[in-house]
Design a protein around this ligand. Sequence first.
Ligand SMILES: Nc1ncnc2c1ncn2[C@@H]1O[C@H](COP(=O)(O)OP(=O)(O)OP(=O)(O)O)[C@@H](O)[C@H]1O
Ligand SMILES: [Mg+2]
Length: 488
Amino acid sequence: MSPAVQPERRRLRLPPGYDPERHQEALARWAKDQLGPSWHIEMVDLASGVAYARRQVEVTEVQAEDGSVGCMEVRLASATKPTDAERVAARLEDQHPGWTMTAFDPWLGRAELARIPDDWRRARAAVATALGTKPWEVGIEARQGGGYRLRLPASYLPSRHDARLEEVATTVIGSLGWTVEVDRPRLTAEIVPGEPPTFPAVLPYPFDAPVEVMRLPVGCRLGRRAGELGPEVAVDLEANPHVLVSGTTGSGKSVALWALVGGALRAGWRVAIADGIKGGVDFLAFRPACSAWGDSLDTAADVITGVYQEGLARKAALKTTGARRWHDLPDGSRPPPLMLVVDELTSLIIPEPVPKGVPKDHPLVIEASERNLAKAEMLSALGKIARELRFVGVSLVGATQKASTTTGIPTELRENMGAHFLLGLRPSEGQRRLALSNPDLVPEVPAHLAEDLAASRGVGVYELDGVPAGVLKVYWATPEDYVARICP
Ligand SMILES: Nc1ncnc2c1ncn2[C@@H]1O[C@H](COP(=O)(O)OP(=O)(O)OP(=O)(O)O)[C@@H](O)[C@H]1O
Ligand SMILES: [Mg+2]
């Protein structure tokens, strides 16, 4: 493609009284009025009273092979610098409505314009933003079967840009279920349309997978597209011993605790269950396999303080061995890890109102005070377990329904429970802030999934150390199923 017209220059007589300080812009406008929009002033010779104008854009129009997309090469003024790109693009696109600058090469003195459809242009701009580059550095064309084919700039870095490209594909250009496939050696990519991912009605617990002692499976992450399940979501209790499961009523908190309790028992953990509010009804089948069981306020308090004592004893024993952490102990001398499970955590520790206007020695007042004493004892022990027992092979796993800053779990306890699950489909902003450390980095359950009654059971979000936060569905199995599969 060679330019049809050679660069052209014209000599213009300067208007009388021309003052370069004040009239430079007016002169440029005047030159365009006199000669046409593609002309600009190249040089002014005040002594001779003349200016030289140059037509800086010479155009060769060609037709693309399919005949529908026009393309033209544009010669750039010799003084054009790389930093002029934006200005040149704006001017060329202004001069040629409907055309878009698709290449800019000041060293070769050329740029390229093409007639690209509006959606290509928008997609290209979004990709350029994601890559931190200029739109004309991204090549774009239609992909067979829908979506786009991209040519990526040399500055593309998988580690830096892949997540952003994915986000642009699923939010700006397409919707959930669209994917990006990058061909790294060729520096090309395809943005591929797709149906949004979803979950099956039930995700059976993976009883056949190998058991890992400190990594207990909870569920699966949402896949990237329809028909695809994401990777397994498991809590690494060595890195993050304490887990908080939040969610409104019926969101699947107890089922998530089953997965952790069942997984722990299968992996040889000792498990202590404290369910002083619902009397342990959701966990009855686990009872024979548990090492401690509390189904009333008093017995729950005993279980919780008992776990704290055991933790302290482990800490002391650890000190005598010289090891700093429980899992540094040699295999034979390590006591099994211990999981304390507390369902309905908030209800268990919120003090009850003491009846007013009743004598202090009335049985109602005495009873309420005693219950509140047990609650205070539990709150104190739970706080200490979460704060002090991190490296002794003790895990606190709690589930809670209520979320409020004034009542419920004190901030410090919540912060010490570092692995977070928030079950339920449409939690309020306030709930997200309480249940998650960085709610801004945690996605929400997509609307199409929330509307699907079967697929959305046991669905929520997770926030765990060392893996990107995401949407998950919790595995399903009953306590009876787990007990039947406990490894001998
Ligand atoms: N992962 C799951 N897969 C399939 N169904 C589930 C799942 N989780 C929960 N469900 C369904 O939802 C019901 C309620 O779950 P669950 O009892 O765990 O909720 P919860 O949050 O503990 O409620 P509550 O606050 O009343 O204790 C279950 O009985 C089950 O039918
Ligand atoms: Mg429950």
